[in-house]
Design a binder for this molecule. Structure first.
Ligand SMILES: *Cc1c(COP(=O)(O)O)cnc(C)c1O
Length: 429
């Protein structure tokens, strides 16, 4: 694998961009590698600056559910380019995408567009606090909700701990209103809600956790969050930034049949352009400015290019059998990877929810962040490098999910399983 040009670009980048990247994981530090620089992409393939090609399982961290450069998305973007790139005034496109989200997601009656997942969750928290008049927020260890101060809380272990800032620059006074509990721990939530439920503004959760590797919700976990928040007058926020339109057209809430009060979206609804959205019940969303008093704004919010790419993407997802076909390929990949690990004699846990896939190098069943952290990170780093060398582009961290897109064909899935078999066999030796 040639890496000359990527190396040179990275050397230039580190001089003027912190760590050489505009988002930390991209630097590949966790696997002790340097990033490859991408030149272009097509379908399920990425092509780097040195001319190497890869089967892409990152999909820009989730948005590229149709694969790269889907003709309908490109067409929609080209049309908008003829009319302008930003107006800072309302357009019909915003209504169209909002309607598609409202039609798709049962709990959402009104929706506000923003520019990223971070903005969506940050705004949803402000809204929940504004509506309830309460300050406390519950999140879960290992769930990532973007980098807003309130939600950047170090994953505490065991019992409920009041937040410790997860980064320098986050005041203690900001996160002391954030409680982090173990994912899937029904008793821990029940305990805190019994004692302090009337002080809790909201519980925010990834309904399928995808940012500690893939961790599915335990049976009854989401139901219990719904019950307890309802009973205490707190709001339930589903952060569907990753799962929305991914695990089902109606999101994880359709898959598990739960109605949260507020939902956050981003990634897929922008079709590869910067976007985010939060929405929910009408009586809650009517608190948002200028209809209500909870302030939130954005110069580029509802950007026509992002709206057009999102609309074109969602239209494709409505095709009959879209999810069944894509999920079948993910199932095949999960099964193949599991077998490959078994025959190499390597301890691994493989799971998938729809087209989101998790592969942990541990023999422990993974139900929360503590379990995920028992993974052999050195082994993962070696696996990552081995796979990259064989033209398979994985997320450069054990604590990320893989995404299968509609553009992945059976041939690519089989090639990936074969590569994994070879890499894992070598690692055993
Ligand atoms: C990606 C992600 C975010 C953050 O979205 P950005 O667009 O990167 O700000 C928030 N929540 C979840 C669940 C995510 O996967």
């Amino acid at each position: 694998m040639k890496q000359k040009k990527s190396r040179r670009l990275f050397e230039s980048a580190v001089k003027i961009i912190p760590g050489g990247v505009n988002s930390p994981v991209r630097a590949c530090r966790a696997v002790g590698a340097d990033p490859v620089f991408i030149d272009h992409a097509d379908g399920c393939m990425l092509f780097d600056a040195d001319g190497n090609s890869y089967i892409d399982y990152v999909g820009s961290w989730g948005p590229m559910i149709l694969g790269h450069r889907h003709p309908r998305v490109i067409e929609a973007l080209a049309e908008i380019l003829e009319r302008g790139t930003s107006f800072g005034a309302p357009t019909e496109l915003e209504i169209n995408l909002a309607e598609m989200i409202v039609d798709a997601v049962e709990s959402v009656e009104m929706v506000r567009m923003v520019n990223s997942g971070t903005e969506a969750t940050m705004s949803a928290i402000r809204l929940a606090r504004g509506v309830t008049g309460r300050d406390l927020v519950i999140k879960f260890d290992g769930c990532y909700h973007g980098h807003a101060d309130t939600l950047l809380v170090e994953a505490g272990s065991g019992v409920a701990t009041f937040g410790i800032p997860g980064s320098p620059g986050v005041p203690k006074s900001v996160v002391e209103h954030t409680l982090s509990l173990p994912y899937n721990d029904i008793e821990a939530v029940r305990d805190i809600m019994t004692r302090q439920g009337d002080r809790i503004a909201c519980i925010i959760v990834e309904p399928v956790a995808g940012n500690m590797g893939l961790v599915a919700p335990a049976p009854g976990f989401l139901e219990m969050l719904r019950e307890l928040t309802h009973a205490s007058g707190s709001l339930l926020i589903f952060d569907e930034v990753m799962t929305g339109f991914r695990v089902a057209y109606g999101g994880a809430q359709a898959l598990y049949n739960i109605r949260p009060d507020i939902s956050c979206f981003a990634k897929i609804i922008g079709g590869g352009l910067p976007v985010g959205a939060y929405g929910g019940r009408r009586d809650i969303m009517e608190h948002v400015s200028p209809r209500g008093a909870v302030y939130q704004a954005g110069t580029l919010s509802g950007n026509p290019l992002a709206m057009a790419a999102g609309i074109a993407t969602l239209e494709q997802l409505k095709a009959h059998g879209f999810y069944e076909n894509m999920n079948k390929k993910a199932e095949q990949l999960a099964g193949g990877l599991k077998k490959a690990a078994e025959s190499a004699g390597i301890k691994a846990r493989v799971d998938h929810v729809g087209s989101m896939l998790g592969f942990f190098f541990t023999d422990r069943e993974v139900t929360n962040f503590e379990d995920a952290k028992t993974s052999d990170l050195e082994l993962f780093a070696a696996y990552y490098k081995g796979m990259l060398n064989k033209g398979i582009y994985l997320a450069p961290s054990q604590f990320e999910s893989l995404f299968v897109s509609a553009a992945h064909g059976i041939e690519q899935i089989e090639a990936t399983i074969k590569a994994a078999g070879e890499v894992l066999d070598e690692l055993r030796e």
